[in-house]
Design a binder for this molecule. Structure first.
Ligand SMILES: [Zn+2]
Length: 345
């Protein structure tokens, strides 16, 4: 019996030490300590021994069992640490990783931030406004009553108000950021200097230099003694800051109902260098910044005394500014999600 126990111990220990994985260890455990394992069966035999022999063999049997269990446990943890070591060897944690693709600001946003900075340096504050606007702020408050022909130049997208209490035609997608003039001036007393960057929408034929959705930066200033030359000076300063000091500008008179007089600012086309291209409609110039002195009717509509204060307003065609800045010959490139285009900025 003693000899058999020693044999069990020796063969179990040597098998355990040679085991290469957990599965093999489980099998060995079953083979010796399981219900019909070799040691278990031997232990049952002890009861058949003479009484005086039993304690001595019992102690020896327990010892064998303890040794097998301990060896099993040790080998189990050895295999585990060996495995993690092997994984570490396979993964070189010091090797340089794969760089994730980093995004960057869209060229439109980059230029917008620059525009805001330039105006901030002139004391302007930036405001935000709703893209869904009322007819009142988009047209009426800007001296464009319902029957005014100027409405024809701003093909308007109307919201479906059939199942609401809103009068049909009252809620629109704003056609110009100028809609914010009324909203702000109603709340703030002059002097004020404000810019409103934002998206506008018009029902327009899309081409290289027109989009149905386009960005503008509206701006207006109201104070005492504001003159047309202040407007010229501001436009000149801002556009040279944004487009370089050598940029060629020209002003022309124009007519917008919310300004008097109205001024149109043209910039020499940077796409073709002024020679003429499809972007500038072969004129060599691109309209960039309509402006003018705020019409007294607009000032009166918000409760200002047009005898005491005056002001100017302008709107930079931001989408067009970006295309001219980067010499893109098509406005539609700005809304194209193609990474080959965006990665160039
Ligand atoms: Zn051109």
């Amino acid at each position: 019996m003693e000899e058999e126990l020693m044999q069990i111990k020796n063969s179990a220990v040597s098998m355990i030490i040679e085991a290469v994985d957990q599965k093999e260890l489980e099998e060995i455990k079953l083979q010796f300590l399981g219900r019909s394992g070799r040691l278990t069966l031997t232990l049952k035999e002890i009861t058949k021994l003479p009484k005086e022999k039993r304690p001595e063999i019992g102690i020896l049997a327990n010892d064998v069992k303890r040794v097998i269990e301990e060896t099993l446990e040790n080998q189990m943890s050895n295999l585990k640490s060996q495995k993690s070591h092997e994984i570490k060897k396979r993964i070189d944690t010091t090797a340089p990783g794969i760089k994730p693709n980093l995004g960057h600001l869209h060229p439109m946003t980059q230029v917008l931030y620059e525009v805001v900075e330039v105006f901030k340096s002139l004391g302007f504050q930036a405001a935000d406004g709703p893209e869904i606007e009322t007819d009142h702020y988009n047209f009426e408050a800007l001296n464009i009553p319902k029957d005014h022909p100027a409405r024809d130049t701003q093909q308007t997208l109307y919201l479906d108000t059939r199942n609401s209490k809103v009068t049909p035609g009252d809620i629109i997608l704003r056609t110009q950021t100028s809609a914010m003039q009324g909203r702000i001036m109603e709340k703030v007393k002059p002097p004020l200097r404000v810019i409103v960057p934002g998206k506008n929408f018009r029902y327009e034929q899309v081409d290289a230099s027109h989009g149905f959705e386009f960005w503008q930066v509206e701006g207006f200033l109201v104070d005492t003694n504001v003159r047309l030359t202040d407007l010229f000076g501001t436009i000149d300063y801002v556009l040279r800051k944004l487009m370089g000091k050598d940029v060629k500008l020209k002003f022309a008179t124009t007519n917008f109902p919310f300004v008097e007089p109205g001024v149109d600012t043209y910039i020499s086309c940077t796409v073709c260098g002024g020679r003429g291209c499809s972007f500038c409609k072969y004129s060599g110039w691109s309209e960039i910044m309509p402006a003018g002195m705020i019409h007294p009717n607009v000032l009166k509509a918000v409760g200002y005394n047009s005898q005491k204060v005056s002001g100017f307003a302008f709107a930079i065609g931001l989408s067009r500014l970006v295309t001219l800045r980067y010499q893109m010959d098509d406005l539609r490139l700005l809304t194209n999600p193609d990474m080959r285009i965006l990665e160039q900025f």
